[in-house]
Design a protein around this ligand. Structure first.
Ligand code: NAP
Length: 499
């Protein structure tokens, strides 16, 4: 009681300053006293940066973050490679955001199943969609559903212990050759995990089942296949340097593929990253490689080849080869990019495992406009638009951030700038009185969300539940000299959260 009384003058002072702020910003005193209830859907980097910037930028904001997983942090937990622990340090910053008294986490809550978009919009002044890209682009070529073909996302989720993929069991024992389609950083991640010495992976947070499967793996050759040339490889220099430096791996690059055209030279003059990538590949093509490990492996960079179809092995149901068409580059007048065009020459690349790493894809939810071609929600600086057409109107109180806003590109930090833009749009709308008009004052925010979830019997996992999971994983990890041993099943996660 005494504590409450001590806090009272400060609370009154804060209320007064909020009211004063409301007066100067031109919205009603009643609205200023009302918290700005915001729900962020998705707890990856885009979601947490949005929450952080909202809490810092608006002292009356109350932010609830919902996520369909019982665990927070999205791609930082299930996307970032286990041998990149430095990239995961950002979760400390996100945990401090979650610890803010004006922020709450509701794990195990699925938009579209446990709660609809219209329910969220009725409950909050602003809803920010930050649920990322949980599906994959498809090649749309024959044989894509053969056994042994996975998207890179599925493979990444598997080794990172995402509960949707813990049963993937990719067969790493039936073949010596794996083909990775695409040459972006995700392609490099999955190739590196296949090739890296297992002793180096053993002390990371890779799941134990993945480590066992990789230990027993017979894969000795990984082919990274790009439809364009070394100048257009989509990876970045740091990641390329890392894979080129793997200690037991011989890198194979055809010198003929390194010949550049005037258009390539022009691209490299305009992009430092492309020039660095090209230089690293050129250096690797000619450099002799030290072999320190007995089980030497090979990494082949295959350029100017596009997949045409997957060919079954003799058993008929598993992939046995990828048919590739040789390509050449042609400038596109509209985009100015050099595009791959087929030459009519074909060849088969034998393999027993294919990882398609051609990009992630976002999924729409009911009640939301969606640009199917780009896989994004149409938006104006993060404000969701009613459609993709020129006559589209702004959906009041609905925002988007991260990969769902701009497509599946960029590193963790890219989401900070993206979140700042979306938060600026929210604050602009709030200042204009768009979000907390008198008719909207009855939005119940957090209390309303809890009521809906309880009515529907949804057992959400609060941040304290995640902390229990976290602690259990870290304890299990200690026994194996790992940062953590991830809990990988839905049941296991829910049990740990409730213990
Ligand atoms: P990405 O960088 O867009 O690369 C996609 C690759 O797939 C490109 O090589 C692309 O070739 C190819 N591709 C697309 N459609 C194709 C088709 N129909 N047939 C053949 N090839 C096709 O995507 P990502 O690798 O999934 O990475 C997503 C984002 O996450 C990127 O921004 C990446 O940098 C980032 N990321 C960063 C890290 C890190 O910093 N360590 C790690 C992982 C991911 P074209 O160029 O010809 O289209």
């Amino acid at each position: 009681m005494a504590r409450d009384l001590r806090l009272l003058p400060r609370a009154v002072g804060r209320l007064r300053s909020l009211l004063a702020l409301g007066a100067t910003r031109g919205f009603s005193a009643a609205a200023a006293a009302e918290p700005l209830h915001v729900c962020v859907v998705g707890s990856g980097p885009a979601g947490f940066y949005t929450a952080d910037r909202l809490l810092k930028g608006h002292e009356g904001a109350q932010v609830d973050i919902i996520d369909r997983l019982p665990t927070p942090f999205g791609l930082v937990r299930s996307g970032v490679a286990p041998d990149h622990p430095e990239t995961k340090i950002v979760v400390n910053q996100f945990s401090r955001v979650a610890a803010n008294g004006r922020c709450s986490f509701f794990g195990n809550v699925t938009l579209g199943r446990d709660i609809s978009l219209s329910e969220l919009r009725e409950t909050y002044h602003a809803v920010v969609l930050a649920y990322g890209a949980e599906s994959d682009r498809s090649l749309g070529i024959p044989g894509e559903d053969l056994k042994g073909i996975h998207s890179a996302r599925e493979f990444v989720w598997w080794y990172n212990g995402h509960p949707d993929m813990c049963n993937l069991s990719p067969d790493l024992k039936n073949t010596e050759s794996a083909v990775v389609l695409g040459q972006g950083n995700v392609a490099l991640d999955v190739a590196r995990i296949l090739l890296r010495c297992k002793s180096e992976l053993a002390t990371t947070d890779i799941t134990e089942y993945a480590l066992d499967a990789l230990h027993d793996s017979r894969i000795r050759k990984v082919y990274l296949v790009g439809r364009r040339g070394p100048v257009q490889a989509a990876c970045t220099a740091k990641e390329l340097r890392e894979i080129l430096g793997l200690k037991n791996v011989r890198v194979c690059i055809k010198e003929a593929d390194l010949v550049t055209s005037p258009a390539d030279e022009e691209e490299m003059r305009n992009s430092r990253i492309q020039r660095r990538v090209y230089e690293l590949l050129s250096k690797a093509a000619s450099a002799p490689k030290d072999i320190n490990c007995n089980d030497q492996k090979e990494l082949h960079f295959v350029f100017f080849r596009r997949p045409i179809r997957f060919i079954p092995s003799e058993n008929g149901s598993t992939v046995g080869a990828v048919e590739l068409e040789k390509t050449t580059l042609k400038g596109d007048e509209v985009t100015g990019r050099q595009l791959a065009v087929g030459t009519g020459e074909f060849e088969d690349l034998k393999c027993g495992l294919v990882l398609k790493s051609i990009g992630y894809r976002s999924l729409p939810v009911q009640g939301l406009a969606f640009d199917k071609n780009r896989g994004v929600v149409p938006n104006l600086r993060g404000k969701v638009l009613s459609s993709e057409s020129e006559t589209a109107t702004v959906e009041t109180g609905l925002y988007v951030v991260g990969w769902l806003k701009r497509g599946p590109t960029g590193i963790v930090a890219t989401n900070l700038h993206c979140a700042e833009e979306t938060v600026a749009s929210i604050l602009e709308d709030d200042t204009k009185g768009v979000l907390r008009a008198p008719s909207d004052l009855k939005k119940h925010g957090r209390a309303g969300l809890v009521e809906i979830l309880e009515q529907k019997n949804v057992r959400f996992v609060p941040f304290s539940g995640w902390e229990k999971i976290d602690s259990k994983e870290k304890t299990a990890g200690q026994l194996r000299n790992k940062p953590r041993e991830k809990i990988t099943t839905w049941d296991g996660l829910q049990r740990a959260a409730n213990e």
